[in-house]
Write a protein that binds this ligand. Structure first.
Ligand SMILES: NC(=O)c1ccc[n+]([C@@H]2O[C@H](COP(=O)([O-])OP(=O)(O)OC[C@H]3O[C@@H](n4cnc5c(N)ncnc54)[C@H](OP(=O)(O)O)[C@@H]3O)[C@@H](O)[C@H]2O)c1
Length: 283
């Protein structure tokens, strides 16, 4: 069994592949089609997209043209963060399914608790509650297997848990060596909400870290491979994005184990990409 077909069991009993393939900033058209087609060919079984990425159509086309059976694949997409009313959520969801060309998605996430650009300005408790109740309705309809959240801090998670009939299965957050969002991760673990590590390579900004390179050398792996393996050993779903076929393939070679001493070192490192963009509500 390869790491690409290893799964975690979520709080609703569904099994999610531990390694996903990210598609943020992967342009729609040939680039997204080729990247997702390569990922499926190399064995990824979990694709992460979002309406706002603008590439659902090409992601869907690559899935349709692949030999992978739908039931063997996990597809996540996301509700645009400014759309919180029932009508907007239902319309967004329909349009995502239609662009993807699918009958259902495995996971639908509220992309963020605040509209982009308003992060940290105030809480959007009522708005997120309305969006969450609508996601619950979608899950009950059977066209979404699981529902979750992204970029939610502790306050925003508490707000959902107060009104939830169905608990979020995951919280997808920025998570990489030296930026593991301990408060959010701890609260999520206490409530059996799995963390999905987005930007596990800090969108590429981690790759020049000499400290990580030194540890990676001990395992004969690249900085990227060590960074991804680190997120897996911390129990998160990891979501590397790549366009280059070499990177797509390299990121599938994660069947090695970082020893306890090195995990301790990595878990106590300062931010490996301090200049990287961070959500102001996290940390
Ligand atoms: N929920 C949210 O708000 C949110 C926010 C950000 C990201 N995400 C999700 O998380 C995914 C990953 O995050 P990200 O897009 O920020 O990027 P990332 O995975 O942290 O880093 C991607 C960058 O690293 C490069 N790269 C990948 N593998 C490599 C390797 N083995 N060696 C050298 N370079 C390598 C890629 O290059 P090439 O592309 O040139 O191959 C790209 O420049 C996203 O695509 C998206 O699905 C979610």
């Amino acid at each position: 069994m390869s790491i690409l077909t290893d799964t975690y069991t979520l709080n609703n009993g569904t099994k999610i592949p531990k390694v996903a393939f990210g598609t943020w900033q992967t342009p729609d058209g040939d680039v997204a089609y080729q990247a997702v087609s390569s990922a499926l060919k190399f064995g990824y079984r979990h694709i992460d997209t979002a309406k706002i990425y603008g590439n659902e159509k090409s992601v869907g086309r690559a899935i349709a043209d692949s030999d992978v059976k739908r039931e063997d694949l996990w597809v996540t997409t996301k509700l645009p963060s400014q759309d919180k009313t029932r009508d907007l959520v239902l319309a967004d969801f329909e349009s995502s399914l239609s662009r993807l060309g699918l009958d259902y998605v495995d996971l639908y996430l509220i992309h963020a608790p605040w509209p982009w650009g308003e992060a940290g300005s105030k809480h959007f408790d009522e708005e997120n509650a309305e969006a969450w109740k609508t996601l619950e309705e979608l899950q009950k309809s059977g066209r979404v297997k699981s529902i979750g959240i992204s970029n939610f801090d502790v306050h925003d998670m508490e707000n959902i848990l107060k009104i939830a009939e169905i608990k979020p299965v995951v919280n997808q957050i920025q998570y990489y060596i030296g930026f593991t969002e301990p408060k959010i991760s701890k609260f999520a673990a206490e409530h059996d909400i799995r963390i999905e590590a987005y930007s596990p390579l800090a969108t590429g900004d981690i790759l020049n870290s000499e400290a990580i390179r030194k540890i990676a050398g001990r395992y004969n792996v690249s900085v990227a491979q060590l960074a991804l393996r680190f997120t897996l050993q911390n129990g998160t779903v990891t979501l590397p994005k790549a366009i280059s076929e070499r990177h797509i393939q390299e990121n599938t070679q994660l069947d090695f184990t970082i020893n306890d001493d090195d995990m301790r070192t990595l878990n106590s490192m300062p931010d490996a990409a301090p200049a990287h963009f961070h959500n102001s509500t996290q940390g």
